[in-house]
Design a protein around this ligand. Structure first.
Ligand SMILES: Cc1ncc(COP(=O)(O)O)c(C=O)c1O
Length: 435
C-alpha cells in the first residue's frame, strides 16, 4: 500500500505539528517528504507508527541505541534512579563511576567532563583546545558534523564555504578552516603557517555518509598535530562505544589529545555528551587549581552529569566493556549487510556503493565509492536515493536521511532483519535498474 494511504494518522499529526513547530519537527533532519511517521511504540529493532504500521528501524535514535529500543537493564537502572533522586545539582556517585568507566575503556581519556549533548561537548572541547594552546584556529573537515556550535557549523553540506545556518556571524568563523577528508597532502598544505589550536575529526564521517577514514590518514593527522604543537580532537559522538569498547581510536590505533562523546554515553535514551582526554589539558577546567574564573576554561550546566544520564550511561558502558561478543556480533552483522547490499546493487547494475565500518552503513547512489563527503555529495543521484527511501518505507524499513542514507545496526537486529533489508534492496534494483 502507498505510504500516504497507510499513514493517515501521521499526516494529521504532522498538519497539527506544522502550526506549532516550525516545519512540523524539532530537528529538520527528522522531516522527510511528504511527512514523517509519528512513532507510537518502539521495542528492540522495531518501531510502530500511529497507524499501526511496523518498521525495522535503522536510524536507532540517531545511532544512540546500540542495544535497541527499550533495553531492559537501562530502563531498570533509570527507573531505580528516578525513585532515588533524579535531578539534584550536587555531586553524586554516578558521574564518578561513569568517568572511571570511560577512562577504563578509552585509553586516551584520563579525565572527563559531562555535558547534555554532543554539540556542547564539541564547543567546550574547542574552547579548551584554544585555552591550552593559546592559539586560535580550529580545523574541521568538509562534510564533518559536530553539532550546531557556531565555529564548527560550516562545511557540513554544500556549499561548503558559507555558514551552515542563518545567524552565524562570519566573525565567528574567522578562525575556522576546512580540510579535505582522507587527503593528507591537502591537509598539510592548508594547515601550514597557521595559528592552529586543533584539528577536530570524526574518525568515520557519520552524517557525511558513514565514510571511514583510511588508517594512514588518522595516523598522519596525529603526526601533523604533533609537528605543529596543535591538539588532535576525535569526535567519537557516533563511533565511541560503537566500533569497539575503546571507540574508533582503539580500532585505528591512534591516540587523540581530546575526545568528544555523546549518544551511547547516556545509555542511548537520555540527552548526553562529554569530553575527555589528557589530564594535563583537562586540568585547565579545575576550579581548585585555578580559583579565578578567568584563569580557567569554563564548562558546566544545570543538567550536566545529571544522575539519570550518568547512571544509564554507566550501566550500559559497563555491560559493553564486559561483553566483547556484542561487538563481534555487531561487526559481523554490519559486514554481512554491507556485502549483501553491495551485491544486490552491483548484480543488477544499479550505480550504488556501500560504505561504512562495524555497525555503520552508508548507501551511496553514485558511480564510484566515495572517499569523502564532498565526493559523495557531488556524485549522488538524489532522485534515486529518494526513491529507494520511499521503497524501503513502503516495505517496512526506515532510516534517515533519505538523500545520504546512513544506517545503524543495533544488538537487537538479527540476520533475518538484514536478509530482509537486502531483499528490499534487490526488489528495488529489479524495478529501477536499466537493463
Ligand atoms: C559526529 C557527531 N558529532 C556531534 C554531534 C552533535 O551531537 P548532538 O546532536 O548530541 O548535539 C553529532 C550528532 O549527530 C554527531 O553525529
Amino acid at each position: 500500500m502507498r505510504y500516504e494511504e497507510r499513514t493517515r494518522a501521521s499526516r494529521r499529526m504532522f498538519e497539527k505539528a506544522c502550526r506549532y513547530l516550525p516545519g512540523g519537527v524539532s530537528y529538520s533532519i527528522r522531516y522527510f517528504e511528504p511527512y514523517p511517521v509519528y512513532v507510537s511504540a518502539a521495542r528492540g529493532q522495531r518501531i510502530r507508527d500511529l497507524d499501526g504500521n511496523e518498521y525495522t528501524d535503522y536510524w536507532m535514535g540517531h545511532g544512540a541505541l546500540i542495544m535497541g529500543h527499550g533495553y531492559h537493564p537501562i530502563i531498570e537502572a533509570a527507573v531505580s534512579q528516578l525513585r532515588e533522586y533524579a535531578h539534584i545539582g550536587f555531586p553524586h556517585e554516578w558521574e564518578v563511576k561513569l568517568a572511571m568507566q570511560i577512562s577504563r575503556m578509552v585509553e586516551s581519556v584520563e579525565m572527563m567532563r559531562f555535558t547534555n549533548s554532543g554539540t556542547e561537548a564539541a564547543m567546550y572541547a574547542c574552547r579548551l583546545a584554544r585555552a591550552y594552546t593559546g592559539r586560535k584556529v580550529i580545523a574541521k573537515f568538509e562534510g564533518g558534523w559536530h553539532g550546531g556550535y557556531d565555529c564548527l557549523h560550516i562545511g557540513v553540506q554544500p556549499p561548503y564555504e558559507v555558514p551552515g545556518s542563518l545567524g552565524i556571524l562570519e566573525e565567528s568563523l574567522r578562525y575556522t578552516i576546512l580540510l579535505p577528508f582522507n587527503d593528507l597532502e591537502g591537509v598539510e598544505k592548508r594547515v601550514r603557517n597557521l595559528d592552529l589550536a586543533a584539528i577536530i575529526v570524526e574518525p568515520v564521517l557519520g552524517a557525511g555518509g558513514a565514510i571511514p577514514a583510511e588508517p594512514e590518514f588518522l595516523k598522519g593527522l596525529r603526526e601533523i598535530c604533533d609537528m605543529l604543537g596543535a591538539l588532535l580532537i576525535f569526535d567519537e559522538v557516533i563511533t565511541g562505544f560503537r566500533l569497539s569498547p575503546g571507540g574508533a581510536q582503539k580500532l585505528y590505533g591512534v591516540k587523540p589529545d581530546l575526545t568528544i562523546f555523546g549518544k551511547i554515553l547516556g545509555g542511548g535514551i537520555f540527552p548526553a555528551g562529554g569530553f575527555g582526554g589528557r589530564a594535563e589539558i583537562m586540568e585547565l577546567l579545575d576550579q581548585i587549581r585555578r580559583p579565578r574564573p578567568h584563569e580557567r576554561a569554563f564548562q558546566g550546566g544545570t543538567y550536566a552529569a545529571n544522575p539519570l544520564t550518568t547512571r544509564a550511561g554507566y550501566t550500559l558502558l559497563k555491560e559493553l566493556g564486559e561483553r566483547p561478543e556484542i561487538y563481534q556480533r555487531l561487526n559481523q552483522l554490519g559486514e554481512y549487510a554491507r556485502n549483501g547490499l553491495e551485491d544486490a546493487f552491483s548484480k543488477h547494475g544499479l550505480a550504488a556503493h556501500i560504505t561504512g565500518i562495524g555497525s555503520m552503513i552508508g548507501i551511496h547512489f553514485a558511480k564510484k565509492k566515495p572517499r569523502d563527503a564532498k565526493m559523495a555529495q557531488q556524485m549522488k543521484d538524489m532522485e534515486m536515493a529518494k526513491r529507494f527511501f520511499r521503497h524501503a518505507l513502503e516495505n517496512g524499513v526506515i532510516y534517515l536521511t533519505p538523500e545520504i542514507p546512513h544506517l545503524f545496526i543495533s544488538a537487537a537486529h538479527t540476520r533475518e532483519d538484514l536478509d530482509n533489508l537486502i531483499s528490499v534492496a534487490e526488489d528495488f534494483v529489479r524495478r529501477n535498474a536499466t537493463p
